[in-house]
Design a protein. Structure first.
Length: 148
């Protein structure tokens, strides 16, 4: 399978995003179930995530992205735009669900089966939405490169 330098970069970006996100959300959920964001342990997790992301990026790009990236042509710009559009719709949909969830919890007179959303939990849900948006963008671009 012959892939361009731009596709390699998107693959690396996708793998780093998924790996770092899984590590971060797993570690933070183990700490306190996303109930607080201001603690020493949380700061250590964030520090580790930043360090691992930098090291992984440097190592993976050094190993797999040795050819120089070509100039963007019209096809590349179109594929990037498709990825951005899909990411925009994904982020919009996630935000609508989050706001809808909060709205239903606030106006409901009946006991709700939905979990209570506090500030720390909401912050983590927004981070999940941003991570999911980035995954959708990269995946859309990779599918578009394979189609064209």
């Amino acid at each position: 399978m012959d892939i361009s330098a731009r596709e390699k970069n998107i693959w690396l970006e996708l793998l780093i995003t998924i790996g770092i996100s899984v590590y971060y959300f797993f570690k933070t959920y183990q700490l306190n179930g996303w109930s607080e964001v201001a603690s020493v342990e949380m700061g250590l997790v964030v520090r580790n995530v930043i360090f691992i992301a930098i090291v992984a990026t440097v190592i993976l790009y050094t190993l797999f992205s040795r050819q120089p990236e070509e100039d963007e042509d019209e096809r590349d710009k179109l594929i990037k735009a498709k990825g951005n559009v899909c990411a925009y719709y994904c982020l919009t949909l996630c935000c609508v669900f989050l706001v809808g969830h909060i709205f239903i919890n606030e106006i409901s007179m009946l006991p709700s089966r939905l979990p209570e959303v506090d500030g720390a939990f909401l912050a983590h849900l927004l981070l999940i939405a941003l991570m999911l948006t980035e995954v959708v963008k990269s995946s859309t671009q990779l599918v578009a490169y394979r189609k064209h």
